[in-house]
Design a protein around this ligand. Structure first.
Ligand code: GKR
Ligand code: MG
Length: 428
């Protein structure tokens, strides 16, 4: 089997005005869909966060990918490694989301090749990752502070006829009561059994009060996580982390960098997780040396694919660390890929993050993958088990062309609401 075509399609999906440490989500979240077509008529799919810059390196990878055997990932990976200069850890940047590009190429090609291999052999991608250990993969509710509005064509407007989660998705949530109401609507709709609050938006006291209100509303049986995206100093993290002892399941990236995280971890009696201070294989020796975290949140888009994420899981097992999954806004191809990874990862210790409930559009046949009792069932069918809905893909591509966004940048979006607002790597 040989790869004969590689298609790269940037898309934009409506996204509500969600707040985070770097500002405000734009009305559209960008993704890029990659299709690899083979000489025997199969198509392998992948989706990455995307941006015009990522699309350019994907296009550059085409000359390496065309003609390759998708079943021989080790060779193709070596060819890609030879073609691109390695990206440094610093290329990740200070924003909550990872700004590296080349890792996304590895991820896209790894996932699309696994989809092809699954289709060629008639088995799920999770089987090719070593086998299925769970058919239903648990996800966590992912709460955001937000302004009023739904995003997309409904930018900063609300649909008065909406009910249930659709209405809650549009409502503002700016205080503890708003956060609890958002959580209740999300849990009622999807049955999530754990909850994460994205922080780094308001002063620590206000966010800690929201977490205490969540604990009060949901009780100790619903694990809570909290992620201020490294916006706190070590002193702030220790001061407020102590308030959260016994409240949180884990404390995600309160401070910036492995040494700072390790200092917080020594002083606060809470498991610590990261998708910001340990983000690549090159960071793993530092993680062990400093003792910076208890849980590493993989993300196949940034660790170089599903197979690389399985390697990370093996590393975590060896070093006695937990492993779970980070997310950004995404569509159904990524949801399927994340679910295959979650289905195959033997030592998955926590429910996975997903932004999926914040979107309402979909690009796969059959529409949105259901989340039931907080879980996504492993899609049936070979490979990833999902197919592109061509009309929906075209609509999402037209959204991309129309919205004019070329990369994610939350700072200018925030400035439209709060003139002069500036991102700070450490705010409190
Ligand atoms: O979507 O605003 C967001 C999040 O802040 C995202 O960019 C982060 O990458 O959710 C992520 C995280 O866990 O850090
Ligand atoms: Mg995080």
């Amino acid at each position: 089997m040989r790869i004969t075509e590689m298609h790269i399609t940037p898309i934009a999906l409506g996204d509500p005005p969600l707040l985070n440490a770097a500002g405000l989500h734009a009305p559209y979240a960008l993704r890029t869909v990659v299709e690899l077509v083979t000489d025997n008529g199969l198509t392998g799919l992948a989706e990455v966060p995307g941006s015009a810059a990522v699309d350019a390196v994907l296009a550059e990878a085409r000359e390496v990918v065309i003609g390759a055997d998708p079943l021989n990932w080790n060779r193709l990976k070596a060819l890609l490694s030879g073609h691109f200069k390695p990206e440094t850890t610093a290329a990740r940047g200070d924003t909550p989301w990872d700004q590296r590009k080349i890792v996304q190429v590895f991820s896209a090609i790894d996932v699309a090749c696994l989809d092809l291999a699954g289709k060629a052999f008639g088995v799920p991608a999770a089987t090719l990752l070593g086998g299925i250990v769970r058919e239903r993969v648990p996800y966590s509710a992912y709460l955001f502070y937000k302004f009023e509005g739904a995003g997309g064509d409904l930018a900063f407007e609300t649909d008065p006829a909406a009910t249930g989660w659709a209405a809650a998705r549009q409502r503002a949530a700016l205080d503890p009561e708003g956060v609890v109401a958002q959580a209740q609507a999300m849990v009622d709709e999807f049955g999530f059994q754990s909850i994460k609050l994205k922080g780094g938006v308001f002063e620590p006291e206000q966010e800690v009060n929201a977490l205490k209100a969540l604990r009060e509303a949901f009780g100790p049986d619903v694990p809570l996580r909290y992620d201020p995206n490294a916006l706190w100093s070590v002193d702030t993290s220790i001061r407020w982390g102590k308030e959260l002892e016994g409240v949180l399941e884990y404390f995600e990236d309160p401070a910036r960098g492995q040494e700072n995280m390790a200092a917080v971890r020594r002083a606060v009696n809470l498991p610590m997780a990261t998708n910001m201070c340990t983000t690549s294989f090159a960071d793993l020796p530092g993680s062990a040396r400093h003792g910076s975290e208890d849980i590493i949140l993989t993300d196949h888009h940034y660790w170089g694919g599903l197979r690389a994420s399985m390697e990370l899981a093996a590393h975590c097992r060896t070093f006695g660390q937990g492993v779970s999954m980070h997310s950004n806004n995404h569509a159904g191809i990524s949801m399927a890929a994340m679910t295959h990874l979650g289905a195959a990862m033997p030592n998955l210790s926590y429910a996975l993050d997903t932004h999926y409930p914040w979107q309402w559009e979909e690009i796969i046949v059959g529409g949105r993958l259901p989340i039931v009792e907080g879980c996504v069932e492993l899609p049936k069918g070979p490979g990833l088990g999902v197919e592109l809905d061509r009309a929906a893909l075209e609509r999402a591509h037209q959204n991309y062309l129309r919205c004019g966004l070329k990369e994610r940048d939350d700072e200018p979006e925030m400035q439209k609401k709060v003139p002069g607002w500036k991102f700070k790597a450490t705010r409190w």
